[in-house]
Design a protein around this ligand. Sequence first.
Ligand code: GLY
Ligand code: MN
Ligand code: MN
Length: 444
Amino acid sequence: MARTERLKQDEFARRRRQLMRIMGKDCIAIVPGAPVRHRNSDVEYPYRQDSDFFYLSGFGEPESVAVLVPGRPHGEYILFVRDRDPLRETWDGRRAGPAGVVERFGADDAFPITDIDEILPGLMENREKVYYAMGTHPEFDQRVVGWLNALRTQARHGKHPPQEMIALDHVLHDMRLYKSRGELQMMRTAAEIAAAAHVRAMRHTRPGGTEYGIVAELLHEFRRHNADTSYEPIVGGGANSCILHYRENDQPLVDGDLLLVDAGCEVGCYASDITRTWPVNGRFSPAQREIYDIVLDAQLAAIAQVYPGNHWNAPHDAAVEVVTRGLVRAGLLKGKVPALIKDGAYRKFFMHRTGHWLGMDVHDVGDYKVGDEWRVLEPGMVMTVEPGIYIPAGMKGVPKRYANIGIRIEDDVAVTRDGCEVLTHGVPKAADEIEALMAAASVA
Ligand code: GLY
Ligand code: MN
Ligand code: MN
């Protein structure tokens, strides 16, 4: 596995060209990078570039702004970035600087970020429309409004301010929904590393271990491949497996309980998102296995619905049907399957959707509906498929053997030309395979 994967500069240039084609000549697009966020006093959260900014620039430094000015004679792609500064670079790390981003990141023109107030209004002047994602970075919104207002007050001196503001995110997010060959390769890598992390976590699970010990195994596998988490791992044993976004990860692992692990990583700003559920002691109890197999059947039925031409909701419909049938068979729901589906009776045990788009963000951008209709799946779209059943102790009318069984099985699935590709196939999900893997680990 090569672990220094990056998209080629050509790909970022192609995206900028595509966006400029969509915008047309009399427009300007302004795309700020993510702000630095403080954890406390002068300690910062790890910096993660804004996905839209990175999608267009491939540039990871903070305090950056990308500007696209189609048809501008001195260059259409302008970056504002931190200036070089030997003292600051000694303390905080290297900076590309304006010359560096022209040389290495394909900018036609670049300026120190400290000059943006002087330069940007001039770039906006005489452009009819501004493409900008209002509301994403509120502090930056104020500055854009300030530049626009300044141009308006100068209108009587013959300056021509832009007349229209267009939601850049809408255009860009539709582009981001379709993953290129290069992006799919990045996502395969993120999926492969996360799958290896889950296998490692399975091998290290035993009664007397801890949820945070499992977090450590996941992070070990991510970091040794130079990947970051794409969200905080969810590692819930027993009753905690029934909390969808369980965060504490601080409890001991108990013999006879299930362990639900939802953890994915990020490679070059592309995410994976995997959930597996396995028995702490390496053997599913009959009741655990019964529920497990319903979720697995639902997940396989949902994946079978991922193909071009089908609609976004078809995998969810398939999962709901299998889960409802299974719950009736187990005696946990009573009634006729079609009526139980229609009434949403399954939601007592399966209360989330079957998936979401996946890409640079773990809950990726892109509309799920076009008008009133579910979106039709097309090659290059990537989604998660993650049905679950959750039975916390104390549910009325539920036999004790099912108490605290929380199961979710989640894979990352790309729509291909003739069906789909499961990117996260590297981690087993059949109950027998999981038991075999864990049995082999405990002998070793
Ligand atoms: N890890 C969040 C999710 O599965 O959607
Ligand atoms: Mn997910
Ligand atoms: Mn997940």
